[in-house]
Write a protein that binds this ligand. Structure first.
Ligand SMILES: [Zn+2]
Length: 381
């Protein structure tokens, strides 16, 4: 039995909510989407491997494989979507709605729709002629912790030669982006009556010394690193929020600073944490045990591959678009850890992602389907 037509598949996948959120009230399992994908890719003759994602409840990754051994092509994407703002959607986010040359729905471009394109593209290829394996990866929780992609990078179950992640880049091959880190620096002092400073240890005064060091690191990163691919060509360090104390007549007992790093390729999250610790060491020496660091979320490493590689050149030629650098994060740094050349390229525009009335422009249908078919023929046949 063959798969339903393109629009029926699109309707079916959009109808299955798979929101991931750090807010438990929003967070949902992606099991229904994973099972739908399993049924599609089984019908294409692929072997299905579904694994629970460690550290999550009800979240799964799927790998569909055709052929055996290492190498070949991986087509990858995430099964989850962001939450939606019901008051701002004119359309039903879970009912695929066509209006003119657009189809609307949550996940149409970011990015459950990409799996519909893969299933559609495979209908037009003689898969009995495969010389290298074709694999499809569907992950969980990209929009929150990237736990699904991280689990794949850790378990390393596959070793493709090439990977394409179908995020909505407008079919422009993307070969580089910065990483993202959110870090908390917490200073613990000792509260006491304001009439005598000796009654306590003032956390705001310690934080003042911390801030001096953090600002020195900010400047150092700017001077030490340069990557001309980015408009902001160095790793940034942003001071995002600071909270401390409770009233003017108490010695401040606790103060927390939250910062955001955007690492560039070659500067890994661990490097930046080590730099931060080195800068804070003098304050730590003066006030032992007063400073604690914590990730506000797991760091997303930076990602980059060679823009002149044969793979990127091929993607440029097939898509008709010059490869680019972007300023958002994807699962690419984790997929790249499988040892494959990795690009991000898919239908729809990122400006419509995470927006009310998310839609796919139907002008993407033909070029995207053909592009996937070209990629499979080029790297697997
Ligand atoms: Zn996405």
């Amino acid at each position: 039995m063959s798969n339903p037509d393109f629009f029926q598949m699109y309707r079916d996948i959009i109808a299955l909510p798979s929101i991931s959120s750090t807010d438990p009230a929003w967070d949902q399992s992606n099991k229904d989407v994973i099972e739908l994908l399993a049924s599609w890719f089984e019908k294409s003759g692929m072997e299905i491997d579904i694994t629970p994602v460690p550290g999550t409840a009800g979240k799964f990754n799927l790998i569909a494989t055709l052929g055996s051994g290492d190498g070949g092509l991986l087509l990858a994407g995430h099964t989850d979507t962001v939450p939606f703002d019901a008051g701002r959607w004119q359309k039903d986010p879970f009912k695929l709605t066509q209006d003119g040359d657009r189809i609307y729905g949550l996940g149409t471009i970011d990015m459950k729709g990409f799996f519909v394109f893969i299933a559609e593209a495979l209908k037009g290829i003689d898969l009995t002629q495969l010389k290298k394996p074709l694999r499809i990866l569907a992950t969980a929780d990209e929009e929150t912790s990237m736990a699904g992609a991280k689990a794949i990078a850790d378990a390393h179950p596959i070793r493709p030669d090439y990977a394409v992640i179908g995020e909505p880049t407008g079919l422009v091959p993307v070969f580089m982006h910065k990483g993202h880190m959110s870090e908390s620096i917490r200073v613990t002092g000792k509260s006491g009556h304001s009439s005598n400073p000796a009654n306590g240890v003032n956390a705001i005064e310690i934080m003042h010394k911390v801030l001096t060091q953090v600002l020195a690191l900010q400047q150092e990163l700017k001077q030490k690193y340069h990557n001309a691919h980015f408009d902001v060509p160095y790793p940034t360090l942003n001071l995002g929020s600071i909270h401390g104390g409770d009233s003017a007549n108490r010695i401040c007992g606790g103060c927390e600073l939250c910062i955001d790093f955007r690492p560039i390729p070659g500067v890994m999250p661990d490097d930046l944490i080590a730099e931060l610790k080195r800068h804070l060491a003098p304050v730590e020496d003066e006030f032992p045990g007063a400073i604690s660091l914590e990730h506000l979320h797991e760091p997303v490493p930076p990602y980059g591959c060679d823009e002149n590689s044969a793979f990127v050149k091929e993607a440029e030629q097939l898509s008709g678009n010059k490869a680019e650098v972007v300023n958002y994060c994807t699962e690419a740094p984790f997929i790249q850890q499988l040892g494959c050349e990795t690009i991000v390229m898919g239908p729809g525009y990122i400006t419509q992602a995470h927006q009310p009335d998310e839609y796919l422009d139907l002008s993407f249908v033909k070029p995207t389907t053909e592009l996937i078919q070209h990629l499979v023929r080029r790297f697997c046949l």
